[in-house]
Design a protein around this ligand. Structure first.
Ligand code: PLP
Length: 425
């Protein structure tokens, strides 16, 4: 089917939740996507942080084919062999104790919120129902997730969302301390905010959140759906800090594009959950779990975390060099292969993203002014150079044309917390 026909059919039959770019992709290989007109795109977004091993990775394709021929789904009423093996691996890698498998990021986060309430009510603390979430956070689109997501436009049309959420200024220790109390069942933090514009939590803020929750018995819940599983050069982003959470959520890259999420909890938290309290029809199915095991095997055998560290460090260095040359860059932030370039206007960021796409390079724009880069973990230094060179040229031409770059006052530079700034280098 042609792009025009697909567009017409979508317009008529598909709920309009996305304004898609007018490109019809048919297949992918490594870090590249191919469209129906034969054009080839270098993908520095990887399906919004999902295709960590790139497209059509041979080991992943082989596992999908083999497992699809054996068993795709049974139900969680019976045993299959992969979920427990995968859970054991995630336990070992995370330092936590037990795993629940979901189908998506928001389902994992939604489950984490339920677990926090269950832990408090299991202790008889009926009034301990409040969540402290962060300004500029994003946790997903279901009712609880959206309630803990800061951006008002995601919540407003669906009001009233889940009550009991107070937003704290991200990385503001005093604000966190002043809002914390005995009624808080969990502090909710993305270890590195993704949709919010690539902002790592500061070591001091995370340490304070850990101390407050430990002292009261509330939970520290880290959402690593975007930043976890190797993207920062460590398996979990919190491993850059000397802090262990009570709950961590994962999803995006876990099963190489098949829907799979995970909630990983401590033994103490697990004690509050009993059969029948929570569940899912599809979560932890044999196909997705077999593929996730293959993903973890490839990450380990091909030493991909070390590669992420090296190439990510190189990428951030080059982006920082651009920062020194282009007045329209407000800040460059990132860890490993999770990078953001903040520009001084939303119009410019929009124009730059569009121009990159015209150059057959896929990135996206988040938090209005931030160009976001989430390439597959397997990208090479050469591919990084291609992207940085294109960005350099586009920023130069935008500045000289003045079209997309209206005169703006340069915002004050934001500094990364020491432990995280290009921390994977
Ligand atoms: C940090 C974070 N949490 C939760 C989600 C929601 O995940 P999903 O879209 O799989 O529901 C996302 C998605 O972008 C995310 O980045």
């Amino acid at each position: 089917m042609s792009l025009a026909k697909v567009q017409k059919a979508e317009e008529k039959y598909v709920l309009h939740t996305y304004d898609r770019h007018p490109i019809l992709f048919t297949h992918g290989k490594g870090a590249y996507l191919y469209a129906d007109d034969g054009s080839k795109y270098l993908d520095f977004l990887s399906g919004i942080g999902v295709m960590a091993l790139g497209y059509s990775h041979p080991a992943v394709t082989k596992t999908i084919k083999e497992q699809a021929g054996k068993l795709v789904h049974v139900s969680n009423l019976f045993y299959t062999e992969f979920p427990s093996v995968l859970a054991q691996k995630l336990v070992k890698l995370s330092g936590l104790d037990r795993v629940f498998f979901s189908n998506s990021g928001t389902e994992a986060w939604e489950g984490a919120l339920k677990i926090a309430r269950a832990v408090a009510s299991g202790k008889g603390l009926k009034k301990r129902t409040k969540f402290l979430a962060m300004e500029n956070s994003f946790h997903g689109r279901t009712m609880g997730s959206v309630a803990t997501t800061y951006t008002e436009k995601y919540r407003k049309p669906f009001a009233p969302v889940m009550p009991g959420v107070t937003f704290v200024k991200f990385n503001d220790v005093e604000d966190l301390k002043s809002k914390f109390g005995e009624d808080v069942c969990a502090i909710c933090i993305e270890t590195i905010q993704g949709e919010g514009g690539i902002h790592p939590v500061s070591p001091e803020f995370l340490k304070t959140a850990r101390e407050l929750t430990e002292a009261s018995g509330a939970l520290l819940m880290l959402d690593e759906i975007q930043c976890g599983l190797g993207r920062t050069g460590k398996m979990f982003a919190y491993q850059h800090y000397k802090v262990k959470p009570d709950v961590v959520t994962l999803a995006k890259p876990l099963a190489a594009g098949l829907p799979l999420g995970a909630i990983i909890v401590t033994a103490d938290v697990a004690g509050a959950i009993h059969p029948g309290m929570h569940g899912t029809t599809f979560g932890g199915g044999p196909l997705a779990c077999a593929v996730a095991l293959e993903v973890l095997k490839v990450l380990e055998e091909e030493k991909i975390l070390a590669h992420v560290k090296e190439v990510g460090g190189y990428f951030l260095d080059l982006l920082q060099q651009l920062d020194a040359r282009h007045g329209c860059i407000v800040d460059v932030r990132g860890v490993g292969l999770m990078a953001g370039v903040e520009l001084d206007s939303a119009e410019l960021a929009k124009a730059v993203q569009k121009a990159m796409l015209a150059e057959k390079i896929i990135i996206n724009r988040t938090h209005e002014t931030v160009l976001r880069f989430l390439p597959p973990f397997i990208v090479t230094k050469k591919e990084v150079e291609v992207v940085v060179k294109a960005l350099d040229q586009i920023l130069s031409s935008c500045a000289s044309s003045g079209d997309a770059a209206p005169a703006v006052v340069r915002s004050p530079r934001q500094r990364l917390p020491k432990a995280s700034a290009s921390g994977a280098k």
